[in-house]
Design a protein around this ligand. Structure first.
Ligand code: 5RP
Length: 222
């Protein structure tokens, strides 16, 4: 079994009857959603789920999970999501699937956040993975140019048709090829202060627990 499936299935066992559960986005989260739907059926669990993307919403509905909008629920008990990079101090980069804005909104309204990753996502320093920045389309070229001037090596995210990728909330994504982010907290604040930036993929002090795969096929819960 591959690492993503292993950690996805493991994470689904952390859900308890009666919980409000945030469902992440991406290939690892898909395994978790599938395993959770199985548990709900087999164990007759009564849970409410909130999605972090249209893609996950469609999958969860197709599997019969009870879905609600974030605004319809009180605080989420547990959100389980994937990640693109995690540093030893539990900061991370997310947004490889373009869902960073809804993922961060759901995560920051959750009592507990678990990230599920294969071992390639555990890094010493964040930044090898291009940092996604979600920007308003209006005037985005100006934000893009500022990133060029600052040496952040920006590139617009493209979709399969080679046109600009549009997020679930109608925005664009600019990926920053930084290689290394020495001070993620300061950099997060800098990005947030740029008018036109809606959100960025640095998740600082958000995750509580990490379930990671290992090369030998075991699971590490940190
Ligand atoms: C989507 C995300 C994903 O959680 C992240 O990209 C990891 O994806 P995968 O599980 O497919 O490797 O942040 O916006």
């Amino acid at each position: 079994m591959n690492q993503k499936q292993l950690v996805g299935e493991k994470a689904a066992t952390f859900v308890e009857d009666g919980m409000i559960v945030g469902l992440g986005t991406g290939s690892t989260a898909i395994f978790m959603v599938q395993a959770l739907a199985e548990r709900v059926k087999n164990e007759n669990l009564s849970i409410v789920c909130v999605s972090t993307s249209k893609a996950t919403e469609e999958l969860a509905v197709s599997l019969g999970l009870n879905m609600k909008d974030l605004s319809e629920v009180d605080e989420i008990d547990l959100t389980i999501d994937g990640a693109d990079e995690i540093s030893p101090d539990f900061h991370g980069i997310k947004g490889g699937g373009g869902a960073l804005l809804y993922e961060k909104i759901v995560a920051t309204n959750s009592k507990k956040n678990i990230w599920i990753v294969d071992d390639s996502k555990l890094v010493d320093t964040l930044g090898k993975f291009p940092l996604p920045v979600e920007v308003v389309p209006f005037g985005s070229e100006h934000v893009f140019r500022k990133f060029v001037e600052k040496g952040y090596q920006p590139e617009y995210r493209k979709d399969d048709a080679d046109t600009k990728f549009v997020t679930d909330s109608g925005n664009l994504i600019i990926d920053l090829y930084l290689n290394k982010i020495e001070d993620p907290k300061t950099f997060a604040n800098e990005l947030k202060s740029e008018v036109g930036v809606v959100e960025h993929g640095l998740f600082i002090d958000i995750v509580d627990q990490v379930i990671a795969g290992t090369a030998t096929g075991e699971i590490e819960v940190k």
